[in-house]
Design a protein around this ligand. Structure first.
Ligand code: PEP
Length: 251
């Protein structure tokens, strides 16, 4: 059976002291709660090592927000898959819409990042989703299909089974405008069917597909109750321990 997952994308927020305090609150909160999901935090790269130290002593998992498409070398400012592996990072977000928009990341680059992460045993959380204009033109399914096929469908079935997919309609990210449960379920079922056609039903049934976009403690339960929604990738609401934990309790 596939896993329920709630992952927090902190983006470029928190100083070191604030980060440590937030991790501590999440870990303490987890001790008092029986969760029916895996809880992942994706803090800025600078804090991954300390997050991994906490994770070692708790049920928390740690992910990075990005990785270089290169394994090593003269790429100033970049962080590689082996570096993430060396501080025990288990997951890494790939292709977040902010990386696609502000850093021009292409489907081909995201394929390389995915390959490197898998080589180092790190599970990619692959983001896909349409912008508002694409939904208004009713081409959201084609957009998501292209993102997934061009970045991921070169993988073997074994490799693919290590992925987590996050459907994040770009118009819902950080806007307070959430996809309706019907819109989320419709796209998640479409993605699962796409995986099934390529890799078979068993793999498709095993892959967790998360929803992302203004998910909060008030709407998480309704979103997660859909059969193909296996949790969430949470931005703003992951920056407060109480909200993040409430979302994780929505299963
Ligand atoms: C995100 O950035 O992945 C995200 C889902 O953000 P928010 O929850 O703030 O919309």
């Amino acid at each position: 059976m596939r896993k329920n997952i709630v992952a927090g994308n902190w983006k470029m927020n928190k100083t070191f002291q604030e980060a440590e305090e937030l991790i501590d609150r999440i870990v303490v909160g987890m001790e008092d709660t029986s969760l029916k999901c895996e809880l992942i935090i994706c803090p800025p790269a600078l804090y991954l090592e300390v997050a991994s130290d906490y994770a070692e002593e708790s049920r928390l998992s740690v992910g990075a927000q990005n990785v270089s498409e290169h394994e090593k070398g003269a790429y100033t400012g970049e962080i590689s898959a082996p570096m993430l592996d060396s501080v025990d990072v288990e997951y890494c977000i790939v292709g977040h819409s902010e990386r696609r928009k502000y850093h021009g990341e292409t489907n081909a680059q995201l394929a390389k990042k995915t390959d490197l992460l898998l080589d180092y045993g790190i599970r990619p959380i692959f983001c896909c989703g349409e912008v508002l204009e694409e939904r208004e033109k009713a081409i959201q399914f084609n957009v998501v299909k292209k993102q997934i096929t061009e970045s991921l469908f070169h993988l073997s079935a074994d490799e693919f089974s290590n992925l987590v997919i996050a459907y994040e309609p770009v118009w819902a990210i950080g806007t307070g405008k959430t996809a309706t449960p019907e819109q989320a379920q419709e796209m998640h079922a479409f993605i699962r069917n796409l995986i099934s056609e390529k890799y078979g039903k068993n793999i498709a049934d095993e892959v967790s597909i998360l929803y992302g976009g203004s998910c909060n403690p008030g709407n998480a339960k309704t979103l997660f109750s859909n059969p193909d929604v296996d949790g969430g990738l949470i931005g703003g609401a992951s920056l407060k321990a109480d909200d993040f934990l409430k979302i994780a309790q929505s299963f």
